[in-house]
Structures are given as C-alpha cells and as structure tokens.
Design a protein around this ligand. Structure first.
Ligand code: MN
Length: 132
C-alpha cells in the first residue's frame, strides 16, 4: 500500500512526463496530480513515500498544499520536496522555512532530483524498514 510510490504534483504535462520517466527508470511508481486538491486526495488515500510539489498550481499555491498535508495526521510526516521555477535569490530559504524538506529549481537537474529523492526516501525507509 503506497510502497515506493512517489506523488508528483505538476500541472505541466511535459514536466510530468519527464518526472514519470526518470522516476520510473529508477524503480519508483508515480501517482500523479495536476492540482493541489487532487494531490491532497491522493496523498491521504495512498500514503506515498515522498511528494514532489510544483509551486504554481491551478487551484492553490504549492506552499498552501504543503500546509494542508502537514495539518492532516495521515500525511503530516511525508517528505515534501518543492520543485519550482521561482529560482530567485532567497527562494531556497523561503521554501525551507515554509516547511519543505528540500528545494529543487527548474529546469530540473535529473541527477540532483534523484539524489534528493533517494536521500529523503532512505530517511523514510530507515524508520519503516527496508521494504518500505
Ligand atoms: Mn505549475
């Protein structure tokens, strides 16, 4: 149930396809949401090991979606990585202060993405056991 599933929240179809391909090639299954509301539903229903969160979504800001995930006991402890094109000075600090576990700037560096996914996924696996 939800093992090794990563929830990708992204409203751009090309970015979603890229993330699906690179994560799939590394053995992860993706759950896909294109709105914040859909992300909240999938997260509480499937308990993914990690969330990759776009910031600019059609229905809410990714930071608001993060706040709602953290406010729900079922999803509060899932690591959430911000993936955003808002790569301006101070953004990294702003997103980490908002509670994201990591920050990845677009265009996405695939090596950096996989390293961040492995880091935060292994943190979860250490708690839940090797097959989580
Ligand atoms: Mn977007």
């Amino acid at each position: 149930m939800g093992h090794d599933q990563i929830l990708v929240v992204e409203d751009n179809a090309r970015n979603m396809a890229l993330l699906r391909d690179v994560l799939g090639a590394s053995g992860y299954r993706t759950l896909e949401a294109s709105t914040g509301r859909q992300a909240l539903e999938l997260a509480s229903e499937h308990a993914p090991v990690l969330v990759l969160m776009d910031i600019r979504l059609p229905d809410m800001d990714g930071t608001e979606a993060l706040r709602l995930l953290r406010a729900d006991g079922r999803t509060a402890s899932i690591p959430v990585l911000a993936v955003t094109a808002d790569a301006m000075a101070g953004d990294r600090e702003r997103f980490l202060e908002a509670g994201f576990d990591a920050y990845l700037a677009k265009p996405i560096d695939l090596d950096e993405l996989l390293a961040a996914v492995r880091l935060h996924h292994s943190r979860v696996s250490t708690v839940l056991g090797p097959n989580s």
